[in-house]
Design a protein around this ligand. Sequence first.
Ligand SMILES: NC(=O)c1ccc[n+]([C@@H]2O[C@H](COP(=O)([O-])OP(=O)(O)OC[C@H]3O[C@@H](n4cnc5c(N)ncnc54)[C@H](O)[C@@H]3O)[C@@H](O)[C@H]2O)c1
Ligand SMILES: CCCCC[C@H](O)CC\C=C/C=C/C=C/[C@@H](O)[C@@H](O)CCCC(=O)O
Length: 264
Amino acid sequence: MALEGKVALVTGAARGIGKALTEILLQNGAKVALLDVDKNAGQEAVSAFDEEFGAGRSVFCCCDVSSEVQFRDAFEKSTQLFGGLDIICNNAGIVNESDWEKAVAVNLNGVIRGTFLALELMKKENGGRGGVIVNIASMAGLGPHAVAPVYTASKHGVVGFSRAIAEASTVLGYGVRINVLCPGFVQTTIFASLEKDEALEKLRNQRGKLLESWGILEPSDVAKIFLRIVLDDSSRNGGVLVITSKGAEYINFPTAADVPAATL
Ligand SMILES: NC(=O)c1ccc[n+]([C@@H]2O[C@H](COP(=O)([O-])OP(=O)(O)OC[C@H]3O[C@@H](n4cnc5c(N)ncnc54)[C@H](O)[C@@H]3O)[C@@H](O)[C@H]2O)c1
Ligand SMILES: CCCCC[C@H](O)CC\C=C/C=C/C=C/[C@@H](O)[C@@H](O)CCCC(=O)O
């Protein structure tokens, strides 16, 4: 999908990975609605983008993705302002193992909600013009991250939900492609926040080994892979990509043919 004249919506866009995804979309000609729960950071990001790319190319909507009312309202405002949406990136996420219901509400329910809102608008059976949805999971969506079991569960949920809805999109002819990105460690506030938690000392070694082997990405590294996926219409619908400092590749999941014959 060429980006000139296209409209995107990115959640958690005020900082970190979401801000980098927004920037690369703007650099390539799209207009972008930035959604974030942090009003000050969101407004600052749009002011900076106005200076760099010209006023009117981006807009900020203060929105908590765990609220159906706020999220729907942000979709409606963005659609009215820019005349439709072509690319949705459900990126907002947190690590909060103590308030774990909040973590699930943001990381998993927020992605499900954002995907349903996007499909309502984009799918061809509703008169929509199709499009691309990119959901941001994590390596913790593919294997256990012992320091953050609830985060792990929410990210596995993102991977499973996105793959299933992508299959539905193919079978039912929605005209919408859904992909998932699973970055390793990225230098952002989420990554820094866990460092401060003393209670996780015993699990630090395990995390340290993963860090050594995967390295630490910059948000712009994730943005480059994101751009490639959005632009490439031959990208597999339902494809899940891992991203580490060594590069990006599709994950091959087991299929029904891999299930061993039952021996009872
Ligand atoms: N940093 C990493 O190591 C890493 C690795 C893999 C995946 N991820 C995922 O990438 C995504 C972005 O994380 P990040 O590293 O940029 O973190 P970040 O903390 O730098 O940015 C997250 C943004 O989301 C916003 N946000 C939080 N809760 C929200 C809510 N309820 N509604 C709307 N916005 C909300 C925050 O205000 C913030 O601007 C997350 O889904 C995260 O799980 C991060
Ligand atoms: C290619 C298959 C990969 C399999 C994955 C491994 O089996 C195990 C994965 C284990 C841990 C993953 C951690 C991922 C962390 C980051 O992506 C980030 O989301 C975590 C943020 C929290 C933190 O700072 O640790």
